[in-house]
Design a protein around this ligand. Sequence first.
Ligand code: UMA
Length: 429
Amino acid sequence: MKGLEGKRVLVYGMGTSGQAACKLLHDKGACVSFYDDEERFSGFFSCEKNPTSKNYDLVVVSPGIKVIGNEIISHFLLNKTLVISELDLGFQFCKGKIVGITGTNGKTTTTALVGEILKEAGIKTFVCGNIGLPISSIALETSKDSVVVCEVSNFQLELSQKFSADISVLLNLAPDHIDRHGSYEEYKRVKKKIINKNTLILNLDDDEVKGVRISKKNIYFSLRPLKKGIYLKNNAIFYNRTRIIPLSEISLVGDKNLLNIMAAVGVAMRLKVKPKVIRSAISKFQPPKHRLQSLGKLASGALVIDDSKATNISSVEMALESLQGREILLLMGGQNKNCDFEPFFAKGYSLSKLICFGQAGKYLASCAKRHGYNPEVFTTMKEAAIFARCEAGMGQIVLLSPACASFDEFASYAVRGEVFKEVIFEEEI
Ligand code: UMA
């Protein structure tokens, strides 16, 4: 992006992305002001009280701001002001190679793993995006020889037009964020913005993903043996004919995580990382926090697992499938994203106890009852956790895998996970 010097730019949303965008724009000589719907910013220097009364050359929108129905964004779009996402802004200042990783589930794990592999290979690597660090905060540090590994969310893609990775990964597609996008079709349309003419790494085991773009440049991964691509054979992961790593050296749990690892292998091989380096990095890799993270045992002998990052149904299904055969007390709830839970409960997962909580608690419980469950309902996650602690016995698993967003009670899924850990072990310290 050229010629920002002296340009009037409005940044909408003052979270981590908005702040990073302001800094980048300022460094590039733009006249930056910002707007945030929250009152607490109103006294800040450069905060606009009434942004639609002014003209701007550019408006940069933070990912958390819902585009559909937003009057401020509509105003600027109608005025033909250039409105871009924070992802687009940061992308346009990145040098070197870009890896873009998206999908309904597994993107954070895959992004973190790709980052670890590239760092182990001695490549100058920036891990950013939805994983936590805005792309705008690292863009000016990148160089021709660096690789940016960006976890890309639908929220970041919604307003994006420029973002285009050298290697894109689409892990899987399942209903999520319907409250934001209005329909699953629209959710998928936005997700597919990751696709361009460059290398595309696709999950051949996901019916929605495998046919998204037919091209010889595609690299596929699958749990079944393939002639080309990344696949499982003889209890090891292969890339074409090269054996990358035996399953015995992998500590991540479940088939979905194997697919995430395969996607990461695809990226690393495409970037010419040596197989022995890939193997070493994967074998050392630990899952990021709040994703099927084992927190240890209660005094009763029950194991506690924090899967607070499971904010949609398919993610909970993955957790339950990974823990098949175990006695599970499942804590579900929070803020529903307009998802339909009937098909989930109709699958009849065997649970020792279903504990529902939060804004969606009553809805989940009524849905579950129709399918033969006998759930407990609590107003807050904290009450649900205390109940689970009292109920759980030796050999059982207390699993927080909420299938909902955290925002009814917490600032983020990470805070929810931390509070869960504190509350469930409270009396045991
Ligand atoms: N705000 C408004 N109006 C609105 C909504 C928000 O003014 O209608 C303001 C808030 O008052 C707040 C600011 O916007 O001051 C928050 O901005 P933001 O929601 O864009 O959040 P950031 O702090 O910039 O964090 C964002 C991502 N958040 C979201 O997409 C909701 C982070 O992903 C990401 O790590 C970060 O950028 C860095 O790239 C979090 C997330 O929950 C983890 N992502 C969703 C998910 O994983 O499901 C998509």
